[in-house]
Structure formats: C-alpha cells, structure tokens
Write a protein that binds this ligand. Structure first.
Ligand code: KG4
Ligand code: ZN
Length: 336
C-alpha cells in the first residue's frame, strides 16, 4: 500500500510517498520557507500560507517524478497542530486529490508523526511503553507512548518551547533565523562555563519545563555588554546550549526514575542538536536503555513521517471530506 503524505503545518512544504509493502520511503521532497521568513526573524503566518499555496503543486510534481499519482492508495496530511492557514493548504490539496483520484484521506496529528519518525528509516523494535522527548520550535514535551494512538503527557513546558528559546537567543546574538542550527555551530567555538545561566525547574519533582527565565538571563547578560565580540557570541551560545540541554536531560532522567521503560525516542527539530544527542546517549548508556533518534532530515518537519503514520492508520482513512484542521490538537485528544 502506498501512502502519499502532505505536511504544511508551519514553514516547510513537504510531500512524500511511503510504501508499506517494502517498508520504505519511495520519494520525498521538502521545500523550506526559511529564506522568506528570515528577514522577519520568525515565521509570518500569512506569508507561510501564501507560500505553501504557491509552491505545493511544484513540490508534488517533483515528488511524483517517478511515480504515477494514480497508483497511490491513500492520502495522509497534517491536520494539526499548526498554523491554520498553512494547514488548510495541505488539507485542500489532500481533499482535491481525494476527489480527483477517488482515494481516501487520513488526517494526521503532527506531534504523533514526530513521535514515530525513528521507525521510518530503521528496522527497530520499540517496546511499549516507551518515552519520547519531543522538542521543536513549538513544543517541549515528555510523552509516554503506551501504544499506537495512546499517549500520556508526562511533562510540558510552562512557557516557551526549547526550540523557540534557541531561536530567540540566536536573535539576541544577531545570528539570524532559524537560530537552533546556527547557535549550535557558533557554540562549538565557545566556552560553556564562561557564563553561568540558570536551569529553571531542572530539579522540580516533575517532568514540566521552563525556558523563558533562561532566555531572560541571556538577555540580561547581553545587555550588560557594551559590544558583543565574536568570542562573547560563542561563549554565550555555548553556555546557553549547556543549560538548555541540561534541563532536558535532567527531566528525562526524572521521567525514567518514575517509569520503567526499555526505549527512549528523541524527536522534533531540536533533536538534531549534537550536544543534546551526546548527553542523551550518556544517560541511556548509564541506565542501560536504548536511545533512538531519526536521521536529521526526519527530525525537522517532513512529510515522510506523515506518510508513514498514515500507513499505520490506514484502517481509519475515509472519503469524508469535512475539514479536520485543528490549530491546537493535544495528543490526548486523538479521536478523529
Ligand atoms: O520540528 P521543527 O522543524 O518544527 C517545529 O515543529 O517547530 O523544529 C524547528 C525548531 C526550531 O526552533 C529550530 O531552531 C530548532 O528546531 N532546531 C535546533 C537545531 N536544529 C533545529 N535547535 C537546536 N539545535 C539544532 N541543531
Ligand atoms: Zn514539527
């Protein structure tokens, strides 16, 4: 069975094809709007919708270069959470294809798609329950996956998402947008012990997180400096990254102390961060737990994860074309 996946929840226009017979992604294309939003230092929702609209057919054509659309079996698309205008572009394409090809659609939760992304490329067995750290520009969550479709939110951020904190700190340091990857690169030249930034809530007896105090501490440190040299930039980036990743690792450590699991999954855009990966590797080694993360291209937003999850949910695909778009769509409200 071949599932066409469509992802337009934020600033990536992406299409992919997953074949469940061969358990492989047959084709995938991602068009990133980064350059469009860079001038504004963040995603501008109206521009995102317009650009999805302008580019999506071209991305579809590129993805289908070697595969006939008529041979797909179903269409999975991200129905939420995300920017409403952006989500509607993906849904409209899905519905249009459904009508013209007479194929069913399956609306997909973007967060759930991230959770299962490590299984797309690797033949891994994840024992239920497993724990996922989902860290992106919009989310910082620790989730217990009891089985497909059954998720328990163990912890969440009380304020900013960790990716948002990376982006905002990068902006304070004039590093451009999106901040995470650039900040990580600059941090490699810096000394992570040169600034002592706080780790808010790192020792609270729960899995909840907070990143806005850390971001404000960076703001104060930047304001104290009359000029920011390259060395300051690198040292602040390294010290911030150290605190942010420590918070995440301590929270996962706490989650593991309360839940007996054999596997942890690291997902979402921030899962691309090498320092986070190496700290999580050490933690998993110490606890004798298996750590899984997707390859970089499937950590950030992509349609392969949407097509793959759609294939797991083929039994609920339908010809019902009432809008399913939900800008807010918590994982514990998955009933479609
Ligand atoms: O999952 P994603 O592509 O989109 C959302 O659903 O938000 O995640 C994007 C976020 C951005 O905040 C970006 O700065 C962050 O992930 N990010 C990183 C790295 N690569 C992307 N943060 C830290 N280190 C990285 N290497
Ligand atoms: Zn995402």
């Amino acid at each position: 069975m071949v599932t066409l996946g469509i992802e337009t929840s934020c600033d990536e226009t992406a299409i992919a094809l997953y074949d469940s017979n061969s358990s492989q992604i047959i084709a995938e294309k991602v068009y990133s709007q980064i350059d469009l939003h860079a001038a504004y230092g963040g995603v501008v929702p109206e521009l995102a919708s317009r650009d999805h609209c302008a580019k999506i057919i071209n991305v579809l054509d590129q993805c289908m270069a070697e595969f006939d659309l008529k041979n797909i079996d179903q269409i999975a698309y991200t129905a939420g959470p995300g920017l409403i205008g952006a989500l509607l572009i993906g849904e409209n394409l899905a519905h249009g294809l459904s009508i013209s090809l007479n194929k069913p659609v399956v609306p997909i939760n973007h967060l759930e798609a991230h959770l299962h992304a490590p299984k797309i490329d690797q033949d891994i067995h994840l024992d239920f329950p497993f724990i996922t750290l989902l860290v992106s520009g919009g989310h910082s969550m620790i989730i217990k996956v009891n089985k497909l479709g059954d998720y328990e939110l163990l912890g969440d951020t009380r304020d900013d998402a960790v990716g948002e904190a990376f982006d905002k700190v990068a902006k304070l340091l004039n590093l451009g947008y999106p901040g995470g990857p650039i900040l990580e690169k600059i941090a490699m030249q810096g000394d992570s012990s040169s600034f002592s930034f706080p780790q808010p809530m790192a020792h609270s007896n729960d899995c909840d997180m907070s990143f806005s105090g850390l971001k404000t501490a960076v703001l104060y440190a930047v304001e104290k400096l009359s000029t920011i040299t390259d060395k300051h930039q690198a040292d602040i980036a390294a010290s911030f990254q150290e605190s942010a990743t420590e918070i995440l690792v301590k929270k996962i450590d706490f989650a593991l102390s309360k839940n007996s699991v054999k596997d942890i999954v690291l997902a979402g855009g921030v899962a691309a961060n090498k320092l986070l990966r190496s700290k999580m590797d050490s933690l998993a080694d110490n606890k004798n737990i298996n750590l899984h993360y997707p390859p970089l291209r499937h950590c950030t937003d992509n349609a392969a994860m949407v097509a793959y999850l759609g294939s797991l949910y083929s039994e609920i695909s339908s010809y019902n074309l009432v809008s399913s778009v939900r800008p807010r769509w918590p994982l514990d409200e998955l009933k479609l």
